[in-house]
Design a protein around this ligand. Structure first.
Ligand code: CA
Ligand code: CA
Ligand code: CA
Length: 620
């Protein structure tokens, strides 16, 4: 029959059983009815007398003549029925939707989505009506020996007298997103038999449903709900922050962050004028004493500042020789600070110095000199109760291919002693981290004398030494930054410069990609996760604000100017890191993040002017 521009089937009153088939025809691999499914119906029904019911669909266990599953409607309600069985017996459960507005003589599309105890009805792509029933749809409803009846319940009574245009059982769950939104929602299409197609004036999608629909997507609103096994794979929409989160392994993982973010970015907090240009900054806390920052300054004096009344104030000057970086660490209650000196002293002696905090004098005093070669960086770490220091030796004279050294603390002599040497090429940075029981050490190799295109290596500690674990192709690597997001482990490299003696230098050889790698635990290897365009990147700093994770890059030079923006990237789950804020910087060299009771801060140094800046993170 054709009515209102669309065709439907009318069932013959003479052969009420004609539209039936054994369940085994569609359940040929497994005779359990799906636990989650949708039923999609397009129908046009005549007005019915009150209390009269008509069946759209029934699945009947033939021998017992019991209704396993049924869908029927009355002038005021749509009923979904199913049989629940347990050791105590079998019950007919009925879930009723009021006023489905069916009996107005128009075409309508109903989508009933069932998932455990959740029953959801969508009419003409409108808002869904959800019913949570006490009795969930059974996980194991056997249809063995059962028969499907279309438009009846095996009997003449309750036979469907309207027109049906579409009747689809879709395993999985909610079919609504496959039909809706739709230009013509009263005739939304999932699957229409060929004979009924082609009268609505537009081409209709009648794809054979090759893939079962997956998972029930439930979105919870309101304040942060629990995320346990029960909520796994469910969504939570945080309306106040416009953030969508997915419950994965008992943690809410950000899937999409909206325009409004908790971090309202930064405001200038302090201009920290330094003795000279600053290459590295190190923020640290000495218990019961306070928060400090050490600046590694290019000229003959580096400095330590103490956080006083909400600002860094001058605290101690320390003579250094083109200091590149500071590293704070503790051994027991002893507090140390190691400086990497790039140049020899006035007498031509080349060494870096470890300072120790004097609790009596409340100052750092020299503790141990360590011979180094244009040292760029110190890394301090502890493995199984033993303390180590690794120095990045950049070059000796013109030779960049030299050894960097790992020192180990000797508790007997109370000194660091050389423990292992590792061949490096223009080493710039060491980064230590652990994954489970394994200790790793990554080196940034920046230059081998002719090229910046080099392998930077990651070592793993096995049998008491660090052994090569993986190599990464890098371009003037200046920094490795390791960070964790939930269970995931990432390693980001700052590529500063593409240069090769063989090739002529190009202007854009500073504007290159830096790379974030992610540990694939199964493959036991770091794999490329994301590349980010950077301008002679010298440092990555990872930090978090509330539930959000960020990376900030020190962009230092674009080939023409040191006035380039450094960028804050926000972790946006599946999208990776997305640029969210630009900060004008000048020769930016190093970023550090820190917190005080008053809030969260970033501080960055400039390798080109004697001015570091403290920025306060605005949160709202
Ligand atoms: Ca380092
Ligand atoms: Ca870093
Ligand atoms: Ca840093």
């Amino acid at each position: 029959m054709q009515v209102q521009g669309a065709r439907g089937l009318q069932l013959s009153a003479a052969a009420p059983h004609a539209l039936s088939f054994p369940a085994s025809r569609i359940f040929f691999r497994c005779d359990l009815f799906p636990e989650e499914f949708s039923i999609v119906v397009t129908l046009k029904v005549p007005s019915l007398p009150p209390k009269k019911n008509e069946y759209l669909l029934a699945v009947v266990a033939e021998e017992r003549d019991s209704l396993l599953l049924g869908l029927r409607y009355s002038p005021t309600q749509l009923h979904f029925l199913f049989l629940s069985e347990d050791g105590a017996g079998a019950w007919q459960t009925r879930v009723s939707f009021r006023s489905p507005a069916l009996v107005d003589g128009q075409w309508h599309v109903l989508v009933l989505a069932v998932s455990e105890g959740s029953f959801s009805l969508t009419t003409d792509c409108g808002p869904a009506v959800d019913i949570m029933a006490d009795m969930p749809f059974p996980a194991t409803l056997s249809v063995r020996g059962a028969r499907f009846f279309i438009g009846s319940r095996r009997r003449t009574k309750g036979r469907f007298t309207g027109l049906v245009r579409q009747l689809v059982l879709l395993p999985g769950s909610d079919a609504t997103p496959r039909l809706c939104p739709c230009v013509n929602p009263e005739l939304a299409v999932l699957s229409i038999p060929a004979i009924l197609r082609g009268l609505t004036g537009k081409p209709e999608d009648n794809e054979v449903l090759k893939y079962p629909y997956e998972t029930d997507m439930k979105v919870t609103l309101g304040p942060r709900p629990p995320c346990t096994k029960a909520e796994d794979a469910q969504f939570w929409f945080d309306a106040s922050r416009k953030g969508l989160y997915l419950c994965v392994g008992s943690e809410w993982v950000s899937v999409l962050a909206g325009e409004i973010c908790r971090l309202d970015y930064v405001e200038e907090h302090q201009s920290l004028f330094t003795n000279s240009e600053t290459l590295g900054i190190e923020v640290f806390v000495i218990p019961e004493t306070g928060l400090f920052v050490a600046t590694a300054n290019r000229k003959t004096t580096s400095a330590i500042y103490k956080w006083t009344d909400g600002k860094f104030a001058s605290y101690q000057d320390i003579p250094t020789h083109q200091a590149q970086s500071w590293r704070h660490f503790t051994i027991g209650k002893k507090v140390f600070l190691a400086v990497a000196n790039f140049e020899p002293n006035e007498k031509g002696q080349e060494f870096s110095v470890i300072y120790k905090w004097s609790q009596r004098r409340l100052r750092f005093t020299p503790y141990q000199r360590v011979p180094t070669h244009s040292a760029r960086d110190w890394e301090a770490f502890e493995v199984a109760g033993e303390h180590f220091l690794a120095v990045a030796n950049h070059r000796e004279g013109d030779n960049h291919n030299i050894d960097s050294v790992i020192y180990k603390w000797n508790p007997g002599t109370r000194l660091f002693e050389a423990n292992q040497t590792i061949a490096t090429s223009g080493a710039y940075d060491w980064e230590f981290f652990t994954v489970g029981p394994y200790a790793f050490l990554a080196v940034a190799n920046a230059f081998n004398g002719t090229s910046t295109r080099l392998q930077s290596n990651l070592y793993v500690r096995l049998g008491g030494t660090f052994q090569l674990f993986q190599s990464f192709l890098t371009f003037g690597a200046a920094d490795w930054e390791v960070f964790h997001i939930g269970e995931r482990v990432f390693l980001a490299v700052a590529n500063s410069h593409r240069y090769d003696v063989e090739m002529r230098m190009q202007n854009d050889s500073y504007v290159i990609n830096s790379v974030i790698y992610e540990l694939n635990v199964t493959a036991q290897t770091f794999v490329r996760f994301q590349e980010i365009r950077t301008c002679s990147a010298l440092d990555w700093e990872f930090f978090s604000v509330g539930e959000d994770y960020f990376l900030v890059v020190a962009n230092s030079f674009d080939g023409n100017t040191f006035s380039v923006n450094s960028i804050i990237y926000r972790w946006q789950g599946y999208e990776g890191f997305v640029a969210v804020h630009s900060l004008p910087t000048f020769g930016c060299r190093d970023w550090e993040a820190f917190r005080t009771a008053a809030g969260s801060y970033l501080v960055y140094s400039s390798a080109k002017e004697p001015l570091s800046r403290v920025l306060k993170l605005r949160t709202g």
